[in-house]
Design a protein around this ligand. Structure first.
Ligand code: ADP
Ligand code: ASP
Ligand code: MG
Length: 412
């Protein structure tokens, strides 16, 4: 029988009523003749609560135990969803990551999926099970420890299952009815897109649009998964939501197609480091070994052989960055005057494949921000995006002003 993957995010399974509601939708697909793989997130707020408990217990925690704790939210939803389906006379059972087994790397907290053997689940489909309810976000490492796939990781679980089982479609049900030109929660003029290219979705996701986890888009692109984002709160037709697809399948295209933001950024400045070959390598090797994901990097001009080095990283990695840099300072590998952490910043980015062929987007972006009196702290660009770091208090204003200036409320 054809397989369909349906993923339900935290707000879609926030309580028993909502679980019943989405289970009915699963029942509809089963009645159409699909074998369904349901991927569930933890109930909304649950993962944050678990992460909070870990941080309170151990600020520089052992990531293996972090995973043991934070993966548990999904187990509850998977069991409840299976029970709800059984109550509706739909033959269903729950699967935790290790039971599949969903094999990952051992990079705890941000593990990557290596393999999803289909044998166990297919055997049960063969015996009459119609729905496999899989706990999202979790897997098992080669050492046999529970791993998690990074925040938002259930999206990636869903796409990976769709690829492994050659599913007809991967439907990501969430609390908005598709992918918008920007987060509809902070910009009321945001416009829903019927289609978006993998490339643009990849950039938007990696720049903070959390509607899909970045890795899920990468996998969908690589394995040609038919990926759709839609609302679990509205009645659905086959055309509902947003289809993430190849660039060739999109007719309309604005130069800029979306604006993304991330409030979880910190700007770190190392004051007065020696300006000589090898210093950047020393700093960024220490950060990488310490598990810090560095994003933007700027080196200031040098004065009497000393310079300042600025980089950005996620706010929750500031303590790790400080620890890693202090360690090499104490070992005499790096000398610096001070390390200043500014956690009141946000990153705002504009994205569009049209930028490849049209110039002037950066100039326009900077002008819009300056007209609003917003100071830019760091800039980075790539072929199809421009990002700036600004004071967090201006973040929403910047997103709205850019959305207006690039006329994203109107289709091309
Ligand atoms: P789920 O719990 O279903 O995984 P998430 O909270 O992870 O849901 O993702 C959905 C949220 O993503 C929306 O509520 C919305 O606020 C946010 N979002 C950010 N950028 C966008 C965008 N461009 N389009 C749609 N939603 C966006
Ligand atoms: N529950 C996890 C999180 O909140 C995974 C997910 O929902 O995608 O990040
Ligand atoms: Mg999510």
């Amino acid at each position: 029988m054809p397989v369909l993957v349906m993923k339900f995010g935290g707000t879609s399974v926030a309580n028993l009523d909502r679980i019943r509601r989405v289970a009915k939708r699963v029942g509809v697909e089963v009645a159409k003749g699909y074998d369904v793989i349901v991927i569930v997130s933890a109930m909304s707020g649950k993962t944050n609560e678990l992460v909070g408990w870990v941080n309170e217990t151990s600020p520089l925690y052992d990531a293996r135990e972090y995973d043991a704790v934070v993966s548990s939210g999904e187990n509850i939803t998977a069991g409840l969803m299976a029970l709800t389906l059984q109550e509706m006379d739909v033959p269903a059972r729950s699967w935790q990551g290790w039971q599949v087994p969903l094999m990952t790397t051992s990079a705890h907290g941000q593990a990557r999926i290596e393999e999803i053997p289909t044998k166990n689940i297919n055997e049960k489909f063969g015996e009459g099970m119609r729905v496999a309810v899989v706990a999202g976000f979790q897997g098992i490492s080669p050492e046999g420890r529970i791993t998690t796939l990074g925040r938002g990781g259930s999206d990636t679980t869903a796409v990976a299952f769709a690829a492994a089982f050659d599913a007809e479609r991967c439907d990501i049900y969430t609390d908005v009815d598709g992918v918008y030109t920007t987060d509809p929660r902070i910009c009321e003029k945001a416009r829903k897109l019927d289609r978006i290219s993998f490339e643009e979705m990849l950039e938007l996701a990696s720049l903070g649009a959390k509607v899909l986890q970045t890795r899920s888009v990468e996998l969908a692109m690589r394995y040609k998964v038919k990926l759709r984002v839609l609302s679990s709160f509205e009645e659905q037709s086959d055309e509902a939501g947003t289809l993430v697809c190849d660039e060739e399948d999109i007719m309309e295209s604005n130069v800029v197609s979306g604006v993304a933001y991330s409030r979880d950024e910190a700007k770190m400045t190392l004051q007065s480091v020696a300006d000589r070959p090898g210093i950047a390598a020393t700093i960024f090797t220490a950060l990488s070994d310490g598990g810090v994901n560095v994003d933007m990097i700027v080196q200031n001009i040098s004065d009497e052989g000393r310079t300042d080095m600025t980089f950005s990283c996620p706010t929750d990695q500031v303590a790790r960055a400080e620890q890693a840099l202090l360690a090499i300072k104490e070992q005499g590998e790096l000398n610096y005057a001070e390390l200043i952490a500014d956690t009141d910043v946000a990153k705002v980015s504009v994205v569009g494949i049209g930028m490849r062929s049209q110039s002037g987007v950066a100039a326009k972006m900077f002008k819009v921000l300056s007209d609003e009196g917003i100071n830019i702290k760091v800039i980075t660009t790539s072929e199809i995006k421009i990002s700036v770091l600004i004071d967090r208090k201006y973040m929403e204003l910047a997103v709205q002003a850019l959305h207006d200036a690039f006329e994203l409320d109107q289709a091309a």
